[in-house]
Write a new protein. Structure first.
Length: 131
C-alpha cells in the first residue's frame, strides 16, 4: 500500500502527497508520487496504482524504455472505449509522419514543435481552383 503524507502550505491549506513503489531486494525498482488536494483522492490513486503495479506485466512494461510516439498513440487508442472519427483520423495521420518513429518521453521538444507547425501550415492550405 502507498504512503500518504500531509503537507501544510504557506497559506494554511493542506495537500496530500501519495507515494507508491516497488522494492526488490531492499532497493527501489520503481517509484511514483502525486500530490492531491483531498486525502480521499490520494488514497484512491495510491490504491489504483498499487493494483496496477501488482500485475506481473507491469515491471516488463516499465523495463522497456522510451516507447515511440506511434506506440503511445496505439496505447491511447486501445485504452479509449471510443474515438471520434476526426480524432481517429488525426491520430492515424500523425503515425504516418517521421515524428511517429521518435521516442516519446526523452525526445527533445523541438521536433514535436516543428511537426505541430507543419500540421498547422497544412491546415491553412486550400485546394487550387480549376477554372
Amino acid at each position: 500500500m502507498g504512503t500518504i503524507t500531509e503537507r501544510k502550505l504557506s497559506d494554511g491549506g493542506k495537500r496530500f502527497l501519495a507515494q507508491v513503489g516497488i522494492k526488490r531486494d531492499g532497493k527501489w525498482v520503481h517509484r511514483e508520487n502525486r500530490t492531491f488536494e483531498h486525502k480521499r483522492d490520494a488514497k484512491l490513486w495510491a490504491r489504483e496504482r498499487d493494483v496496477e503495479m501488482a500485475k506481473p506485466e507491469f515491471l516488463k512494461r516499465i523495463a522497456t524504455k522510451d516507447p515511440t510516439l506511434a506506440f503511445v498513440i496505439d496505447a491511447y487508442a486501445a485504452a479509449r472505449k471510443r474515438l471520434g472519427r476526426t480524432q481517429e483520423q488525426v491520430l492515424r495521420s500523425i503515425k504516418t509522419y517521421p515524428i511517429a518513429k521518435l521516442n516519446a518521453p526523452r525526445s527533445p521538444a523541438k521536433p514535436f514543435v516543428a511537426s505541430s507547425t507543419s500540421f498547422r501550415l497544412a491546415a491553412l492550405r486550400r485546394p487550387s481552383k480549376i477554372i
